[in-house]
Write a new protein. Structure first.
Length: 993
C-alpha cells in the first residue's frame, strides 16, 4: 500500500563526519565500488572479430559476413556475454567478438564442437585463425578442421604439446630472439660452466641422472642462494628457453571445465535447463549483486560532467569551500501500486516543482524490507547541488573550478552560481514543510490518475485525527487514533526475537485487523449504493419539477443563494450520471463473472441472445416513432424494412433458444451461482475507487438537493410575506392572489419559450426518413450525387450570369444601333471599335450559351446514370438498410424530443390552469370583496397551495355565478399572451403586501 516517507539530508553524518560527494554519488547510482554498471556498455561497444566456426560441410559454400557492429540481425543470438568477449550464434555459424580473451575463444571452440561435431570449418583473418588454434592448443582440445592447411598446423601444435617442442615459439608464432630459423635449439655457453662427459649405463644397473657441476657460493654473498650470482643468472637465462613441462599436466582440467561450460550454455540457449548464473568462471569474473537493488538512474548535469554524476560531485569535493555544503539529498518512498512509469512521473513532477534550477542525479532503489512481510520498499535518492542555475550558466556553462566558486553579484562571470536561499535562510524549515505537503499532493494526484484507491497524508497522525473529528468522519478518526511507530533501524529490525520488534509486529497486526473491519463496512455501503443513487436522482427530479411548476426557475435573480445551489445540484447530478456510465454495476459484474466461468461457445450464445433482445426492442421503438410522426412513402418503405428486420431477429432468437436454455440451466446450479457471486463481488471490490467516489457523489447530491429545497421554500415565502404573520385567522385579498398568479404566468411563459426554442433546435437535428434516404443514397454512390447537386447549383448560377450578360449584350447592341454611321470623310475609329466590342460580346455570349447547353446535357446524362445505379435491387436493399441504421442511430435524439414535448405539454396544461385561475381572480376583483380563509384550513399546507386552492374556489364560483365574465377574460388571455406583460406591470404597481 502507498506510504509516506520524506527526508532531506546534507553531506554530513550524524556525528558531523563529512561524506564525499563523489562517493555518495557512487552509492545512490550503485557505481564504482558498489556496482559495475559499465558491463552493458562494454557489450554494446564490442565488434565482431570476423572469425567464424561452422559445420565442416559448409566450408566450401559462400557466406554473407556479419556486420562488425552489435547488435546484428534478428537471427543472431548471444550464447555468452562478458566484458572479456562475447560469443554469438548467427546464420553463418558461431562467432566471437574482437579482442576476446583466450578463455573466451576456448569456449567458442568448444561450443562449435558441441553444436556441429568433431570436424569444423574455420574462416576469418589469419591472425584470428592463429589465435584460436593457439587457444585450442593451450587446452589440448581434440578437434579437426575441414581445411587441410589449418588442420595440419593444428595437429602439429598438439604434437608439440605431447613432445615438448613448443618452447621454440611464442604466442605469435615467431621465433624467440636468439633462436635459429630452422627451429633447432641453440646451446647457451657459460665460460665458467664445467661439465663431465656422460657414460651410457649398463643394462643391469639403474641409471642415475648426473647433476651439472657448478661452483658453490663459498663467500656467502647471498645467503638465500647456494649458487654464485653469475651462475644463478645463467641458469635463469637458460630457463627462459625451456618450458615448464609440469604445467601441461593441468590442460586436461581446463578442457573439462570448458566442455562443461559449453554444454550448459547450449542447454540454456536451447531451453533445456533453467537459466543459471552468468558463466564467467573461466574469465575470472565474479558474480556481483547490486547493493540495494538500484533499478533506474537519471541526472541533469553540465556538459563538463560528461553524463557522469561521480565526475560532477568529485568536482564538488575538490572545488567547494571547506565549510560549504557540497550536496544535499532528498529521499522519499514511492508507491508499490505504480509501475516504473508512474513512479518516475512522481519524481519528475517533484523535481519540476523544487529542483528545476539545480543540477541533480537520482536513483530508484527497490528492495524488500526486513519487517515488511515480503513487501517491496521502493524509494528514490535525489542528490543535488545547492547552487542554483542562473541566466549566465544557461547561456554558457561555467567550468567546474568556477561553478563551485563563491558567487560574485557584481561580476557573475567571475564567480560561481549562487546558492539558493531556500536551503540556507531562516525559513528553510518552513520550506521543508511545504515540500512535504507538495510531495503528498503529487503522489495522490498520480495515484488517482492511474485509478489506484490509495491516499497519503503528510500530516502527523494527531493532526489527521483532529481533522477527521472536525469533519464528522468517525470511522477515519477511529483508525487514526493510534500511536506512531518507532523507527528501529536495520540492525535492530533484523533481530526478530527482540522485544521491541515483537511489539511492533503485534501492533501492525492489530492495525491490519482494524483496517480490514473498516474496509468491510465500506463494502457494505458500496454494494447498496445503487438503491441510494436512484432515490437521490428521484428526489433531484422532483425538486426541479417543483421549481419549474411554481415559477422559481429564475428566482436566482432575486436570491443569489438559490441560483448557486441550483448550479451545485446540477453539477452533482451530472457527475453522478457520468460516473454511472463507467461504474461496474452488479449486472455488469455478473456478466464479467460469466466470462470467467463459461467457455467461449456458451458465452457467445448468451451474448448473442442479449444482443438480439436489445436489437428487437430498439427496432420496435424506432418503428413506433416512425408510425406516429411520418406518413410519407419513404417512411412506409423504411417501416416495412424495420418490420422485416424484427422478424429476422425473432427467427434468430428462436433458433438459439434451445442452446440458451441449456446454458441457463447450467447457470442455475447452486454451486455455479455461488461461484458467480464470489467472482462478481471480487470485481466490484477491485473497482472500489470508483465505487467510493460514487457513494460520495450520492451523499453530496442528497445534501445539496435538501439545501436547494429549503432555499426554495424560503423564496416562496418571501414572495408572499403577508402569509408569514403567524395570525390564527388569515385574510387574503384578491389582489394578493392576483399578484402571485401573475408571477406564475410570467415564469411559465418564459420556461415554455425557452423549452420550445430548445425543441425547435433539436428537431432541426433530427433525421427524417427522406433525409436518411438521401444520406444512404449518397453513401452508396460514394458522394457522386452530392457532386452532381453541386454541379447543378453551379450551372444554375451560370445560367443567371448568362442571362445578365444577354441583357448587357442587348443594351450594347441598342446603343450601337443608335450611333450615327460616319461619312466617308469622317473619322471612323471609335465607331469601328464599338462595333468590334459588340461583336466580341456576342461571340463570347454565344460560346457561353453553347457550353451551358453541353453542361446541361452532361448533367442530365449523369443524373440518368445515377438513377440507374440506384434502381437495381442490390442498391435499393443497401439504401433501405443504411437508412434504417441512420434512423436507429438517431433514436436517442427522437427520444429526447419526445420527452421535451411531454414536458412542454405539462407546462402548457399548467399555464392553462393558471390562466383560468387568473381570469377568475380578475372577475373577483370587479366585486372588490375580501377573501377569508378559515383557521382549520390554514394549517398543514404551504402558502402557495392555499392561494391556489382559493383561486380554484373562485373558478368554481364564477362558473355558476359569474361564468360569462370569467370565460371572456380567460378567452381574451388565451388569444393574446403578450398582453399579459401589461397585466404583470399593473400587478407590480398594485402590490400591497
Amino acid at each position: 500500500m502507498a506510504s509516506y516517507h520524506f527526508t532531506i539530508k546534507v553531506d554530513q553524518k550524524p556525528d558531523k563526519t563529512t561524506i564525499s560527494a563523489a562517493t555518495h554519488a557512487d552509492y545512490i547510482n550503485r557505481d564504482g565500488s558498489f556496482q559495475n554498471i559499465d558491463f552493458k556498455r562494454e557489450i554494446e561497444a564490442q565488434l565482431l572479430s570476423g572469425c567464424i566456426l561452422r559445420p565442416a560441410h559448409l566450408s566450401a559454400k559462400a557466406y554473407k559476413p556479419s556486420p562488425l557492429s552489435l547488435p546484428r540481425n534478428k537471427d543472431a543470438k548471444f550464447l555468452y556475454k562478458s566484458i572479456y568477449g562475447s560469443i554469438l550464434e548467427t546464420a553463418n555459424g558461431i562467432e566471437y567478438t574482437d579482442g576476446a580473451s583466450d578463455e573466451t575463444k576456448q569456449i567458442a571452440l568448444a561450443l562449435a564442437k558441441h553444436r556441429y561435431g568433431d570436424k569444423l570449418a574455420l574462416t576469418g583473418p589469419l591472425s584470428e585463425i592463429s589465435s584460436i588454434l593457439r587457444a585450442g592448443q593451450s587446452m589440448d582440445y581434440p578437434v579437426e578442421f575441414a581445411s587441410n592447411a589449418i588442420n595440419s598446423n593444428y595437429q602439429r601444435l598438439l604434437e608439440e604439446n605431447h613432445y615438448g617442442t613448443d618452447y621454440k615459439r611464442g604466442r605469435t608464432g615467431k621465433s624467440h630472439q636468439g633462436e635459429p630459423a630452422n627451429g633447432t635449439a641453440q646451446a647457451v655457453h657459460f665460460p665458467h660452466l664445467e661439465s663431465t662427459p656422460r657414460k651410457r649405463p649398463s643394462a643391469k644397473r639403474t641409471p642415475l641422472r648426473t647433476l651439472l657441476q657448478r661452483n658453490l657460493d663459498e663467500n656467502h654473498r647471498n645467503s638465500g642462494m647456494l649458487l654464485q650470482i653469475n651462475h644463478a643468472i645463467g641458469m635463469e637465462q637458460s630457463g627462459t628457453l625451456c618450458p615448464d613441462t609440469m604445467r601441461r599436466d593441468f590442460r586436461w582440467g581446463t578442457r573439462r571445465k570448458v566442455d562443461d561450460i559449453a554444454a550448459r550454455i547450449l542447454a540454456q540457449a536451447d531451453g533445456i535447463t533453467p537459466a543459471s548464473n552468468h558463466v564467467d568462471y573461466i574469465n575470472r569474473r565474479n558474480a556481483f549483486a547490486p547493493k540495494g537493488g538500484c533499478i533506474y538512474t537519471h541526472h541533469h548535469l553540465p556538459n563538463w560532467a560528461k553524463d557522469n554524476p561521480k565526475t560532477f560531485f568529485q568536482a564538488a569535493d575538490k572545488y567547494e569551500r571547506a565549510n560549504g555544503t557540497r550536496y544535499r539529498e532528498i529521499e522519499f518512498a514511492l508507491p508499490n501500486e505504480l509501475n516504473m512509469s508512474g513512479q518516475k512521473e512522481i519524481i519528475d513532477t517533484f523535481i519540476e516543482h523544487h529542483l528545476e534550477n539545480h543540477y541533480y542525479a537520482y536513483a530508484i532503489h527497490d528492495k524488500i524490507g526486513v519487517m515488511s512481510n515480503g513487501e517491496h520498499n521502493t524509494h528514490v535518492h535525489i542528490m543535488f547541488s545547492e547552487r542554483e542555475i542562473d541566466d549566465l550558466e544557461r547561456l554558457s556553462e561555467r567550468p567546474a573550478e568556477l561553478f563551485f566558486h563563491r558567487a560574485n553579484s557584481k561580476h557573475p562571470e567571475r564567480g560561481g552560481c549562487p546558492k539558493a536561499v531556500k536551503w540556507n535562510d531562516k525559513n528553510r524549515a518552513k520550506y521543508l514543510c511545504e515540500m512535504r505537503r507538495d510531495f503528498a499532493e503529487i503522489q495522490n494526484a498520480v495515484l488517482q490518475k492511474h485509478g489506484i484507491d490509495a491516499f497519503v497524508d503528510h500530516r502527523s497522525l494527531k493532526a489527521q485525527y483532529k481533522d477527521a473529528l472536525r469533519k464528522g468522519n468517525i470511522d477515519a478518526a477511529l483508525l487514526l487514533n493510534r500511536l506512531p511507530e518507532n523507527h528501529l533501524g536495520p540492525a535492530l529490525a533484523a533481530d526478530k526475537n527482540n522485544p521491541k520488534v515483537i511489539d511492533l509486529m503485534e501492533y501492525r497486526a492489530y492495525k491490519f485487523k482494524r483496517s480490514s473491519l473498516a474496509h468491510m463496512i465500506d463494502q457494505l455501503k458500496l454494494e447498496h449504493a445503487a438503491d441510494f443513487a436512484q432515490k437521490s436522482k428521484d428526489n433531484y427530479h422532483k425538486t426541479l419539477a417543483d421549481q419549474e411548476l411554481h415559477g422559481l426557475a429564475d428566482a436566482g435573480k432575486s436570491t443569489p443563494d438559490l441560483s448557486v445551489l441550483k448550479e451545485h445540484v446540477s453539477k452533482d447530478y451530472q457527475s453522478l450520471v457520468a460516473i454511472e456510465k463507467i461504474l461496474i454495476t452488479k449486472e455488469k459484474a455478473m456478466e464479467l463473472a460469466m466470462e470467467h466461468i463459461l467457455p467461449t461457445p456458451e458465452l457467445t450464445i448468451i451474448q448473442a441472445q442479449k444482443k438480439l433482445t436489445q436489437k428487437q426492442d430498439e427496432l420496435k421503438a424506432l418503428r413506433t416513432s416512425l408510425l406516429e410522426t411520418n406518413d410519407s412513402a419513404a417512411s412506409d418503405e423504411i417501416v416495412q424494412t424495420i418490420t422485416d428486420d424484427i422478424l429476422h431477429q425473432k427467427e434468430l432468437a428462436e433458433y438459439i433458444a434451445p442452446k440458451v436454455q441449456e446454458v441457463e440451466e447450467k447457470l442455475s446450479n447452486p454451486k455455479v451461482q455461488k461461484q458467480l457471486n464470489d467472482i462478481a463481488k471480487d470485481i466490484i471490490r477491485a473497482d472500489k475507487f470508483q465505487q467510493r467516489e460514487y457513494w460520495n457523489l450520492i451523499q453530496k447530491l442528497n445534501q445539496d438537493t435538501q439545501l436547494l429545497q429549503d432555499e426554495m421554500d424560503k423564496a416562496i415565502i418571501r414572495h408572499v410575506d403577508a402569509f408569514l404573520a403567524g395570525e390564527s385567522d388569515i385574510t387574503f385579498s384578491a389582489k394578493d392572489i392576483k399578484h402571485y398568479l401573475d408571477r406564475e404566468v410570467h415564469s411559465l411563459k418564459k420556461t415554455i419559450q425557452v423549452k420550445s426554442a430548445d425543441l425547435e433546435q433539436l428537431k432541426k437535428r433530427l433525421i427524417t426518413p427522406e433525409r436518411a434516404n438521401l444520406i444512404a443514397r449518397s453513401r452508396y454512390l460514394k458522394g457522386a450525387d452530392k457532386a452532381l447537386r453541386q454541379d447543378i447549383r453551379n450551372l444554375q448560377k451560370e445560367t443567371e450570369r448568362i442571362a445578365i450578360a444577354q441583357k448587357e449584350y442587348e443594351n450594347a447592341k441598342g446603343r450601337f444601333a443608335a450611333l450615327p454611321k460616319p461619312k466617308w470623310y469622317q473619322h471612323s475609329k471609335n465607331y469601328n471599335d464599338e462595333a468590334a466590342r459588340v461583336w466580341a460580346m456576342g461571340e463570347a455570349l454565344e460560346e457561353r450559351q453553347q457550353n451551358l447547353s453541353c453542361q446541361h446535357e452532361q448533367l442530365n446524362e449523369r443524373q440518368i446514370q445515377l438513377e440507374k445505379q440506384c434502381s437495381t435491387p442490390k442498391a435499393k436493399s443497401y439504401i433501405r438498410q443504411t437508412a434504417t441504421k441512420i434512423l436507429h442511430k438517431d433514436l436517442s435524439n427522437v427520444t429526447k424530443a419526445r420527452k421535451m414535448e411531454t414536458s412542454l405539454q405539462k407546462l402548457q396544461s399548467r399555464l392553462g390552469d393558471v390562466l383560468t385561475m387568473q381570469a377568475a381572480v380578475k372577475a373577483e376583483l370587479l366585486l372588490e370583496r375580501p377573501l377569508n380563509l378559515h383557521k382549520e384550513y390554514a394549517s398543514g399546507s404551504s402558502s402557495r397551495r392555499r392561494m391556489e386552492d382559493i383561486a380554484h374556489s373562485m373558478v368554481i364560483s364564477n362558473r355558476h355565478i359569474r361564468g360569462g365574465l370569467a370565460v371572456s377574460l380567460h378567452h381574451q388571455d388565451s388569444h393574446d399572451l403578450v398582453a399579459m406583460n401589461e397585466t404583470e406591470r399593473e400587478a407590480e404597481s398594485e402590490i400591497t403586501i
